[in-house]
Design a binder for this molecule. Structure first.
Ligand code: ADP
Length: 628
């Protein structure tokens, strides 16, 4: 038997195009061929289960081998095999509607996945790395003859009688000169480790040494020898494919380590996803301890389709705020091979997105209710996800309002509702606003914190990267008439302005004089001096930073670009306490003495908020030494 023919596409020069275009992604040839081998193995298993195949199944395994000298890579399976007719039908007729369409589309395509999936070029990806491909196959069907197919990447092929004596298929790639890098254990091993790690049929690649028991030594102790064994590179039954009821905590933790062997920490908790309607999706998402940038980059969520690794670029499929999670999502319903814009519009993708969001919110709520203490302990690690989610996703926020926590400087945690109840009667100003006070840096803002605490007020800690935005969120959604102010946004009596008014002990002339002295002593463009009536026990001078302007600037920073507000200078206010005895003394001192004291009081205010640095700090120290 010998037959020559022509592969049925319209364009003669399609392979050079595929080869050239797909070059950057060419390693996926192995994913495609190994997946085909796995599919063929699963098909024979299914036929056997259905009673349509009555022979011996044998050990279903896929072998990947390479031969450096012969420059070949061979993928072998014991699957259903193909007759010559089937090879012609399945391999020769490329499953896309027309080469013309392909030629038009490939120009817009973004990556190899897109082309391969869209046009059913799986098998043909072999030609990205091979200049000749052979198939040796024997079908499972009774009386089938082995067939051999060979093709050099042009559109002509040749079919002859084959040599295979056992059911299954060998695909033999004659690796081209540009792709010799693939003829190495390291390179092929890496690719398999990336794509085939959790395939449902064992994949064997090379050998490894394993220590095995071998009788006893003279003292009766067990002896071990190193034996060369086949290397099965995959776990065919990964945790996410099992029923949640089958798994214990240890199993989830073990799977986490399997996924991310380099991770130092254990995950905080996890969510097992499992839906089959209206789309198919399984997976396990882990909440990690807060990671550094590098680990976030490395330990990303991995996307699989029927246990074949597809990508760890899960943008569009996973809601953005959950991209910081880790783990696996497996769904045959995600259109993996289409362009970005299509993916965003795809209704399945939207449903999947919503489903994941809902599942995550429900799970968090469940943990919160079942073990509030544990949840509070984990808050520092998970609050970033939750706040990000609340800020970016209304549906999530609705649910998260029940378990989102506020922590104060004493380390106590409150839900949004609880906190409102806690402070609403004390921290209310003359206009009925409920003022939430917060610190973004407990050590730096210590002076401000203790002065508001002296008034009986509570101080929240909002020191995360999203907390400026979160403060704005709480104002809008946390309850009626809430205002959030950082403790250093103003002097304490103005942070929460009550009805009672403190009288100013200075005459109008004295106020003008005090202003003049301080303005001269301070001589800074970015600081406005105000003489005000505070309690005599308050500090003589405070430097505060307006909440609104500071927040706008902070937001401009976290929003990426600086924007309009980002370009403005800081807007400090210097409040001189007209009721403090020192101020009276300054007014009554000689000009020189008064200015020196004013400067000293101002520097102390700067010092207490960490703003006194450089030459100013040096001269402050010098002046202080002189004064004592
Ligand atoms: P796809 O896998 O997307 O259908 P491919 O081009 O990879 O596209 O393969 C085309 C067809 O060739 C497969 O659907 C299958 O019927 C057949 N085939 C490929 N490889 C094998 C194999 N190792 N054993 C049996 N059949 C195979």
């Amino acid at each position: 038997m010998q037959e020559k023919g022509s592969i049925s596409i319209h364009t003669e020069n399609i392979f050079p195009v595929i080869k050239k275009f797909l070059y950057s992604d060419n390693e996926i040839f192995l994913r495609e061929l190994v997946s085909n081998a796995v599919d063929a193995s699963q098909k024979i298993k299914r036929l056997s289960a259905l009673g349509q195949f009555k022979g011996e199944l044998g050990y279903l395994i896929v072998d990947v081998k390479f031969d450096e000298k012969a420059k070949t890579i061979t993928i072998t399976d014991r699957g259903i095999g193909m007759t010559a007719e089937e090879i012609k039908k399945y391999i020769n007729q490329i499953a896309f509607s027309g080469a013309t369409e392909f030629m038009e589309k490939f120009k817009e395509a973004n990556d190899a996945n897109e082309i391969i999936g869209r046009f059913g070029l799986g098998f043909y990806s072999a030609f990205m790395v091979a200049d000749r491909v052979e198939i040796e196959s024997l079908s499972f069907q009774e009386g089938a003859e082995p067939a051999h197919w060979t093709c050099d990447g042009s559109t002509s092929y040749e079919i002859t009688a084959g040599t295979r004596t056992e059911r299954g298929t060998d695909v033999i790639l004659h690796v081209n000169e540009e792709s010799l890098e693939f003829l190495s254990e390291g390179r092929l091993g890496d690719i398999l480790n990336k794509y085939a790690r959790f395939l449902p049929v064992p994949v064997r690649f090379g050998t490894k040494n394993e220590s095995q028991p071998d009788g006893e030594d003279e003292e009766g102790k067990p002896k071990y020898v190193s034996v060369e064994v086949d290397r099965i590179i995959n776990n065919t039954n990964p945790a996410w494919t099992k029923a949640p009821s089958e798994l214990k905590d240890e199993d989830y933790l073990a799977f986490y380590r399997e996924l991310y062997p380099l991770s130092m920490d254990e995950p905080l908790f996890w969510i097992h996803l499992n839906v089959d309607y209206p789309f198919n999706l399984t997976g396990i998402l882990y909440f990690p301890k807060v990671k550094n940038e590098m680990e976030i980059q490395r330990n990303k969520i991995q996307l699989y389709s029927r246990q074949v690794f597809i990508t760890d670029e899960v943008k569009d499929i996973v809601p953005e705020f959950l991209m910081l999670l880790q783990g696996v999502i497996d769904s045959p319903d995600i259109p993996l091979n289409v362009s970005r814009s299509f993916l965003q519009a795809d209704s399945n993708v939207k449903k999947i997105n919503n489903y994941i969001t809902k599942k995550v919110a429900d799970k968090l709520n469940e943990i919160f209710k079942a073990d509030r203490k544990g949840f509070e302990d984990k808050w520092n690690d998970i609050n970033l996800f939750i706040k990000y989610g609340m800020l970016s996703d209304e549906k999530f926020a609705e649910k998260a309002n029940d378990f989102c926590l506020l922590k104060n400087t004493a380390g106590e945690s409150y839900t949004l509702k609880e906190y409102y109840e806690k402070v609403k009667d004390i921290q209310v100003d003359k206009d009925g606003n409920i003022v939430y006070l917060y610190a973004s840096d407990v050590a730096q803002q210590d002076g401000f914190i203790s002065s508001v605490q002296a008034k009986g007020y509570d101080v929240l800690v909002l020191d995360g990267p999203l907390d400026t935005h979160f403060a704005a969120y709480v104002e809008q959604k946390g309850g009626e008439k809430i205002q959030a102010k950082r403790v250093d946004a103003d002097v304490v009596d103005k942070l929460i302005q009550k009805d009672e008014k403190i009288d100013l002990q200075l005459s109008e002339d004295e106020v003008t004089k005090a202003s003049g002295i301080f303005e001269k002593a301070i001589s800074r463009q970015d600081m406005k001096v105000e003489v005000d009536a505070l309690a005599a026990s308050d500090l003589p001078v405070s430097v505060t930073l307006d909440e609104f302007m500071r927040r706008m600037k902070d937001m401009a920073k976290t929003g990426g670009g600086m924007g309009f507000y980002g370009t403005l200078p800081d807007n400090y206010k210097v409040t001189v306490n007209g009721n403090h005895p020192l101020v009276k003394r300054i007014i009554e001192s000689s000009e020189e003495e008064g200015e020196k004291l004013a400067k000293q009081a101002f520097d102390l205010a700067l010092l207490s908020r960490g703003l006194l640095t450089g030459a100013d700090l040096t001269s402050f120290v010098k002046r202080s030494v002189e004064m004592i």
